[in-house]
Design a protein around this ligand. Structure first.
Ligand SMILES: Cc1ncc(COP(=O)(O)O)c(C=O)c1O
Length: 403
């Protein structure tokens, strides 16, 4: 069957779409039946499916105001910004709104350039920062090399690749003109790579010595995913800029955000902030972000993710115990992975078996990871119950037995 639109990241003839019909909690419904969502769709459905408060908030906003222009004022815009800054570390004073994670990184880079007067950026090979040209230039994985040349001035380092220690402090000594270092607090889509203790402190100090800004990309890891509101909170450092998307609205609205520390925000009291977009702080986007932050709080979802870490990691460990080819189980909060030392055919078979078992999760291929193994990456909605999680691991184990 052909469709009148493109499927992303895929040769069109290889796309295997699911027809979505709705959902509830940790499950979503499709034309193939009810799936247990162990991926939060694409890491954004942290609040779960069909959330009544989110639906109501959007309906209320549509009824009151749904058109805007960038200079306009309305309550949802101020409320969302205030709620976000309350979750940010002390000293963060401004929010720049945009439409998603890539745009958040794009605008963070522009803000860093305007603030420092420098143009270069350091990022890791093991990273994904978004699909727009600047964000994909920061990205280290195959999605950058597919569309190069990217923007000038991005330097990639091997940090965390096969356990490599940080090269960032030395790179900052050897380079000049570095405006910012972009890092996911935990590398997400590239296989859940958790930094060793002290990693972020070392980089924070090196950035300070070099006068470069530290931008943490919390698009995937933020909003409770790792058992803290922001994942960099595990590291005991304060970044200069935080980029947000995905869980910011739980997927119910289209929104990205850049949170900026006061010492950088100050620059733009006099310097023109050369950033903008027509749908800046779209009312439906900011209303859903404000409602989402209330839901995270009211339902204690961040604490829930932290409490579920133990059974979640035990489930991953049990897979490694059962299957010789499943190795290095790891995770934090409700973001986890296990490497799968299987052939591409074995990985494809597992993917089909998972779908037949009505489990939604990420099976990373060897080519995607540029490794001689694949990986299973899990990121269930934070509202999942321990029983649902356990049921999920049982079905994953059954699917792995078919390969
Ligand atoms: C860490 C990270 N940054 C940025 C992005 C890009 O976000 P979006 O797809 O909303 O542009 C993603 C998306 O997967 C991501 O995982």
């Amino acid at each position: 069957m052909t469709h009148p639109f493109f499927f992303t990241w895929s040769a069109q003839q290889n796309a295997k779409p699911l027809t979505l019909l709705g959902g509830e909690g940790a499950h979503f419904d499709t034309d193939e039946g009810r799936f247990l969502d162990l991926g939060s769709l694409v890491y954004q459905a942290n609040l779960g499916h069909g959330h009544p408060k989110m639906i109501q908030a959007l309906q209320d906003q549509v009824a009151s105001l749904s058109l805007t222009m960038p200079s306009a004022l309305y309550p949802a815009k101020t409320e969302a910004a205030e709620a976000l800054l309350q979750k940010a570390p002390e000293g963060f004073s401004k929010v720049f709104f945009c439409l998603g994670g890539a745009e958040a990184n794009e605008n963070a880079l522009k803000i860093a350039r305007l603030h420092t007067g420098r143009y270069k950026a350091i990022a890791r090979y093991r990273s994904y920062h978004g699909a727009t040209m600047g964000a994909v230039s920061l990205t280290g994985d195959w999605r950058r090399t597919a569309v190069e040349p990217g923007i000038p001035g991005v330097i990639h380092v091997l940090d965390l690749d096969r356990g490599a220690p940080t090269q960032i402090p030395r790179t900052l000594e050897l380079e000049e003109n570095v405006a910012a270092v972009f890092l996911e607090p935990i590398v997400g889509a590239n296989g859940v790579l958790i930094p060793p203790p002290g990693y972020f402190q070392e980089i924070r100090e090196a950035c300070d010595r070099a006068g470069a800004l530290l931008v943490v990309d919390e698009v995937l890891t933020g909003f409770g995913r790792t058992g803290k509101f922001f994942a960099h909170e595990h590291e005991g450092i304060t970044p200069d800029i935080i980029t947000c998307g995905k869980g910011l609205t739980g997927g119910y609205g289209v929104l990205g955000a850049v949170l900026v520390h006061e010492r950088i925000a100050q620059t733009f009291e006099e310097t023109v902030l050369a950033c903008g977009l027509t749908q800046y702080a779209h009312p439906l986007g900011v209303a859903s972000a404000h409602a989402a932050i209330q839901v995270y709080d009211e339902e204690n979802l961040v604490e829930k993710a932290a409490a579920l870490e133990a059974p979640f990691l035990a489930g991953l460990q049990a897979l490694a115990d059962e299957f010789e080819f499943a190795r290095d189980p790891r995770g934090r909060g409700l973001l986890g992975a296990v490497d799968l030392h299987l052939s591409e055919e074995g990985l494809a078979k597992f993917k089909s078996a998972l779908r037949a078992a009505r489990i939604h999760a990420f099976v990373k291929g060897r080519k995607q990871l540029r490794e001689d193994n694949g990986a299973l990456v899990l990121a269930p909605p934070l509202c999942i119950s321990e029983e649902e999680l356990s049921d999920g691991f049982t079905r994953i184990s059954q699917a792995l037995r078919t390969v």
